[in-house]
Design a binder for this molecule. Structure first.
Ligand code: ATP
Ligand code: 5RP
Length: 405
């Protein structure tokens, strides 16, 4: 006897084919909800077994968490560049869309899941960082749908008006990046991520960057910048910062240790913290995997002016996890000489000698291109490409094109 289970269907996308009986007998409402695995067996009272085969579910999902103004957009530009092609807002859509689409990647901003608009937050006295101002149920349903190859109608939070605009259609890409305040906050969303990154910008540096952007470029006063950072801090500490414990890679940005008592925030010490044991992710290393290394590369092959450059590498523990940490303190004088540093790094997932240097030179005008922020963002971009290629190869059984390093 057939089991009487009611399944509902949100979207039978083109990647799914119905083996039997024919489509007309399915009797599901397109707007109802179920997400198919590769092969879903549906048993209904009306008919015998119906098998739906989907090639859906090949989207790789990447989470990028950071506070506002901490370099997410810059990182995304570096990442999409690794895959080639330009990332643009959806064509013919809302001009205030926060989404960026390229051939390979779709980057959505999780601000689009704000459940309270600017006025609503003001009335309720909550910040956008507060989970109560965000719709995690919808975020989970939609990220899950995309991962399973099903297009969604995602809301848009309009940063110009502060209102929630009518939704935009997001189709499943090869790589789906969810960037914003809370990609790893909700355990259900976290589970959907194939790889996660946290940009951990120390307060001193965040303040220096905010001043640079909001004071120099947006005309805000020093007092208002200080006040805005202070107002966000309790919720940042409560809801955003704790996500770093879940990240597979953390890029930590700190003031330099090369200049005693530096408070300018111009020279940076940047640490790339890479979790061990993450599937499809082999941490980068310097000279000798697992050893503890300190390296000052300034000399015949690398030009360094004051205060110089210092690299460190070694194993550490981070929130109870074993990690490898690669650190760069200082900044490059000549980007073309970066090839010297690149040639001493291993597991960087390049496809040809000098690819990191080439990427850095290509975007020399991006913030952080002369220091560890740009270098490590570029390397993480290459690692994501590698991870994506490994996941695809594991699904199709196709041999992987070899990476050089
Ligand atoms: N690596 C860096 N080095 C120096 N300054 C940086 C760096 N990354 C970002 N900034 C500064 O921070 C500003 C914000 O960067 P970006 O737009 O990438 O951040 P964001 O997290 O996407 O911001 P928002 O969420 O507010 O849109 C830049 O205009 C620049 O002033
Ligand atoms: O933390 C933020 C993430 O970008 C913003 O402050 C939040 O999205 C609210 O935006 P707005 O200030 O434009 O209303």
């Amino acid at each position: 006897m057939a089991v009487s289970t009611v399944y509902t269907v949100l979207s039978l996308n083109s990647a799914c084919s119905i083996s039997k009986p024919n489509k007309t007998h399915l009797g599901f409402n397109q707007k109802q909800l179920v997400f198919f695995k590769k092969t879903t067996t549906i048993t209904t009272t009306r008919r015998a077994t119906t098998v739906i085969t989907c090639s859906a579910g090949d989207t790789v999902v990447i989470g990028l968490a950071a506070d506002s103004g901490c370099g997410k957009s810059t990182f995304m530009r570096r990442l999409t560049s690794v895959f080639g092609g330009a990332a643009e807002p959806p064509k013919g859509g809302n001009p205030d869309s926060n989404t960026l689409i390229s051939d390979t990647t779709t980057v959505i901003c999780l601000d689009d899941y704000h459940s309270l608009d600017r006025t609503g937050r003001k009335e309720k006295g909550v910040t956008a960082l507060d989970p109560r101002a965000n719709n995690f149920d919808l975020m989970y349903e939609q990220v899950k749908a995309i991962k399973n190859g099903v297009a969604v109608e995602k809301p848009i939070y309009n940063h110009v008006t502060g209102l929630i605009d009518p939704p935009e259609l997001i189709k499943p890409p090869k790589i789906f990046v969810i960037e914003g305040l809370h990609p790893m906050y909700d355990a259900r969303v976290r589970e959907l991520l194939d790889f996660s990154i946290y940009l951990d910008i120390s307060n001193e540096v965040k303040f220096a960057w905010k001043i640079q952007r909001d004071m120099a470029e947006r005309g805000h006063s020093l007092e208002s910048i200080k006040a805005s950072i202070e107002a966000r801090k309790p919720d940042f500490d409560a809801y955003i910062d704790p996500q770093k414990q879940y990240a597979d890679a953390v890029i930590e940005v700190l003031p330099t240790q090369l200049i005693p008592d530096d408070n300018e925030g111009k020279v940076l010490r940047v640490r790339l913290i890479m979790k061990e044991g993450v599937k499809y992710f082999n941490p980068v290393y310097l000279f000798d995997e697992g050893s503890t290394i300190s390296w000052i590369p300034c000399g015949r092959k690398l030009t360094c002016s004051y205060p110089g450059i210092k690299f460190s590498y070694g194993p550490e523990t981070y929130f109870g996890h074993e990690v490898s940490v690669l650190e760069m303190d200082g900044q490059f004088d000549r980007l073309d000489e970066l090839i010297y540093v690149e040639s001493h790094l291993s597991n960087i997932s390049t496809k040809f000698y000098g690819e990191v240097t080439q990427q850095m030179l290509k975007h020399a005008d991006f913030p952080g291109s002369n220091n560890g922020t740009g270098l490590f963002q570029t390397i993480v971009g290459l690692k994501i490409r590698d991870l994506y290629e490994q996941i695809v190869a594991s699904k199709t059984g196709a041999p992987l094109e070899a990476t050089k390093a």
